[in-house]
Design a protein around this ligand. Structure first.
Ligand SMILES: [Zn+2]
Ligand SMILES: [Zn+2]
Length: 139
């Protein structure tokens, strides 16, 4: 895996990782919609220990045990981390220095997809999450 790197809009927060990607998901859940002011968001799943962060990050607990990190200077959303999924951090793919390099593996939580949004790609689509954390984290 080549090195992934990215940051917020103002540059105060930067991240790098050379760890394995656990999954790349487009999430349509209503919390992600609200948190990112967008119809859906795309994540890179990484093992937290493989990600190096610089800069100050503020967290908002969007539901019990679920924390969403953002840059306190520019407001860019950085990641989603949940106590129920301790082996992963989901970094917003749009923070990549080269977001064109990213391709999601699946759409998830389509039960709350906005009705005007029509998806015509051919990646898998799931009403909920496609797998529990236990199914993904095997090492
Ligand atoms: Zn910033
Ligand atoms: Zn979501």
């Amino acid at each position: 895996m080549s090195k992934l790197q990215g940051g917020c809009m103002c540059g105060a927060v930067r991240w790098t990782s050379d760890g394995a990607v656990t999954r790349n998901l487009s999430c349509h859940c209503s919390d992600c919609q609200r948190a990112t002011s967008s119809p859906f968001t795309t994540f890179i799943g990484l093992v937290p220990e493989t990600v190096k962060w610089t800069g100050e990050i503020t967290h908002y607990e969007s539901s019990k045990g679920t924390h969403r990190g953002f840059c306190p200077k520019c407001g860019t959303r950085l990641y989603f981390k949940s106590e129920s999924w301790p082996g992963e951090v989901h970094i917003h793919a749009a923070t990549l220095d080269d977001p064109n390099a990213y391709i999601p593996d699946a759409h998830v939580v389509l039960r709350s997809k906005l009705p005007w949004l029509h998806l015509n790609d051919d990646i898998p689509k799931y009403q909920n999450f496609e797998a529990t954390p236990e199914d993904i984290i095997k090492e």
